[in-house]
Design a protein around this ligand. Structure first.
Ligand code: ZN
Ligand code: MN
Length: 148
């Protein structure tokens, strides 16, 4: 899948493998922390550069939330996401993309639609308040310092 433009890189292959093996939709920092023990010379900048290449090659999907909040998905098939506003968890929805929506938008506008993204915001099952006692506490998916 690698284009000749980019030299094969062991680190990049590892990043891709990591993303293919998780459903967490991690941040670049999370990937960096995971691979640091195996690649002591790795920098966060390396991780960002490699992620950028993987996105360009179509091996990885980027969910843009603004710089360090961006999340990466090893699943490049079109799919929708559930995003928990309390803990930051992102989950895939087992539902086919509504391609009819693309045609509908094209009918309403002069825009040629290639694709669309859809995210549903709310609370995951662990964060939904139970019996009106407020939010159930659980470990955030990504701790605050991972965003720094
Ligand atoms: Zn949650
Ligand atoms: Mn996903």
């Amino acid at each position: 899948m690698e284009l000749n433009k980019y030299r094969k890189s062991k680190q990049r292959q590892k990043i891709l493998g990591l993303l293919k093996s998780t459903t967490k939709h991690p941040t670049a920092s999370w990937i960096y922390e995971k691979l640091k023990p195996e690649f002591p010379s790795l920098s966060l900048g390396n991780v960002y550069r490699n992620l950028k290449i993987l996105v360009e090659l179509g091996c990885v999907q980027e969910l843009k939330f603004g710089s360090t909040f961006d999340r990466y998905d090893g699943n490049v098939n079109p799919h929708y996401h559930l995003i928990c506003e309390n803990c930051g968890q992102i989950k895939d929805i087992e539902m086919r993309q509504e391609t009819a929506l693309d045609r509908k938008v094209e009918e309403l506008t002069d825009f040629r639609v290639r694709n669309h993204r859809l995210e549903f915001f709310g609370l995951c099952e662990a964060c939904v308040p139970s019996n009106g006692n407020g939010k159930a506490w659980h470990e955030p998916v990504f701790s605050a310092e991972e965003y720094e």
